[in-house]
Design a protein around this ligand. Structure first.
Ligand code: THG
Length: 290
């Protein structure tokens, strides 16, 4: 199954035989006071800087979340989408829990967006799926039901199945639904990572749809987060996640090496070209530690 999303000019294909697609997570004010105050002041400069940096680091899609408590999220989202699409060609992943904000973003979006997200709750399915159909977009389906995130992999799978089924009834094909089995902090439940990975495998094997995950959620609350994220990411990829939401500066090398060993990079062509691009010019190598 191939999911196609497009930006102002670029087209991105998500699928198991394609290289892993990184969705850049950094346009998100949560935990980032500098970005929050810039957005509050109506200044989009920092947001555009983050966009360009992430694209340079290999993000193929950019997640856009501009929810700052007390601010008009709808107006901010529209401004952000217009400014981003005027300067970057990559597709955007429109990230809001408010369907009104998502609709306003879709109205001004150029291309086929990835909408983040719909849940398995009736209220969400009823408001989000019709607009996905209307705007011919793709959508991320979170495995959250009426009683929250299920504790077992089986129950998360059932919610994924329900979302894909309800999307079909609304006229949305399975390739336009990207499931998110939800990574949660490993420090709160030690089985959290395993439960998520098990759910991902079941969704891949039984539904065959494409999958995303918040790759940095696993490490909330522990030191050296990027190390923990780097350990989790290849496991998620080998369990069926083919478009994780990540910080590309940290995830890029892991994703490229991971794709190489998982046979998604014939002859290691991408691995080698990335290595050559990043290698310092002759004579400027760092002395090795040994
Ligand atoms: N699934 C889907 N969408 C999502 C998530 C998900 N969107 C939001 C989030 N989860 C994924 N994005 C982030 C963005 C940032 C961080 C984690 C996940 C993060 N930020 C640092 C912090 O909060 O401490 C700050 C980063 C910095 O300052 O550099 O960890 O699961 N579909």
């Amino acid at each position: 199954v191939i999911t196609v999303v497009t930006g102002a000019t670029a087209e991105v294909l998500i699928g198991d035989v394609n290289p892993t697609v990184m969705i850049g997570e950094r346009i998100n004010p949560t935990g980032r006071p500098a970005l929050s105050s810039a957005l509050t002041a109506g200044c989009l400069e920092l947001l555009l800087v983050e966009a360009h940096k992430q694209v340079a680091e290999g993000a193929a899609i950019l997640d856009v979340n501009v929810a700052v408590p007390g601010m008009d999220e709808e107006a901010m989202m529209v401004e952000a989408v217009l400014a981003l699409q005027a300067t970057v060609s990559v597709p955007l992943c429109l990230d809001s829990s408010n369907p009104k904000v998502l609709r306003a973003a879709l109205r001004v979006y150029k291309g086929k967006a990835l909408v983040n997200s719909v849940t398995a709750e009736e209220r969400s399915l009823d408001s989000v799926l019709p607009m996905i159909k209307e705007y011919q977009a793709a959508v991320i389906g979170l495995t959250i039901g009426d009683s929250g995130i299920p504790k077992t992999a089986e129950d998360r799978f059932e919610l994924a199945n329900l979302i894909v089924g309800r999307a079909a009834e609304a006229g949305i094909p399975a390739e336009d639904v990207v499931i998110d089995c939800l990574a949660t902090a490993a420090c709160t439940t030690s089985q959290a990572g395993l439960t998520t990975l098990e759910a991902c495998k079941k969704v891949r094997d039984e539904l065959g749809v494409n999958q995303t995950l918040g790759g940095s959620n696993i490490s909330f609350g522990v030191p050296n987060r990027s190390l923990v994220n780097s350990a989790f990411l290849p496991l998620a990829i080998s369990s069926g996640v083919n478009c994780p939401i990540v910080d590309p500066a940290h995830a890029r090398s892991v994703v490229i090496a991971g794709d190489f060993v998982l046979g998604r990079d014939p002859f290691g062509a991408r691995y080698l070209s990335d290595f050559r691009k990043r290698r310092p010019p002759r004579g400027e190598e760092q002395p090795s530690a040994t």
